[in-house]
Design a protein around this ligand. Sequence first.
Ligand code: DAH
Length: 347
Amino acid sequence: MENYNHVFHDLETKIIELVENSKSLEELTEIKNKYLSKKGEFSQLMSKIREAQDKKAFGEAFNNSRKNIEEAYTNKFNKLNEEKLNAQLKAEEIDISLPGNNYFRGSENPFYKVKKEIEDIFISMGYTVETGPEVDLDKYVFELLNIPKDHPARDMQDTLYIDNNLLLRSHTSSIQAHVMEEAHGKPIKIICPGKTYRRDDDDMTHSHQFAQVEGLVIDKNITLGDLKGTLELFAKKMFSKDAKVRFRSSYFPFTEPSVEVDVSCFACHGKGCPTCKGTGWIEILGAGMVHPNVLKMSGYDPNVYSGFAFGVGIERVAMLRYGIDDIRRFYQSDIRFIEEFNKKVED
Ligand code: DAH
């Protein structure tokens, strides 16, 4: 049997050397294309079989040689592939000792916190939440609330007029008038949060725009006692478990009798401290029994129906609750300020 190894030997040695010295998978592919593809140099050697006398021996020698090359190729391919993978893993390695991305978590403005809390407290007592227009007719802001055109009480709420008859509402009491009109004599139990406007000079406790929550209950047999119980529950939930309320007689055109409502100081629990200016009491809101004229004007018979109403400043409650000294802070979007609010004064 003839030996044909010599036919392949030189090229085989050369290719194996090239394969072993190749530095990348790309280089390896180039070698494969150049020498081992169908038309590659090595494959072409097979055509010499035509001249060979012992074709079987020639074929065997070719196959041997090809096996050697393929073995070298596969080894190198695996090696380079592994190196590439390791390099990639190293490049993508996550360094868990690095500090993380610092996401900034915003806080809710204490104004909205308190607004929501007030709403929740009254919803839990069966109230529904109503809103009304911020720009409203004189009729709803004043007339239907027993404040006729020349009434001196208008001066206390000097406001911003659009024209003779249209104005920015100076209190949320205007929503009472809308709701009563729409209720057509039926019982009412609502709170109405909303923005209000006055021609005020801005200072630590005044702002030309602020917010109130109005409350209105109309039904048969509603008494001042109901008002007191309701406001005491509100004060307990909002300020302090042991809160008490006290009524001082006052005047509002739309209520009779009218009261200023004080809550026992939640900072000193009534002993007297700077928060309550030594008195043990803090004024929080105005309230009263709905005036018979108001009931009549909106279609309720004052001999059958009675009701109570109250109006509370949201910023005022938030200032007391969180010990905030200046109303303007609510509107200035100072993040350092807004982030402060997770504590009550009593904590
Ligand atoms: N509207 C009053 C104000 O803005 C607050 C107020 C007092 C509302 C007594 C009421 C009330 O409903 O009964 O000063």
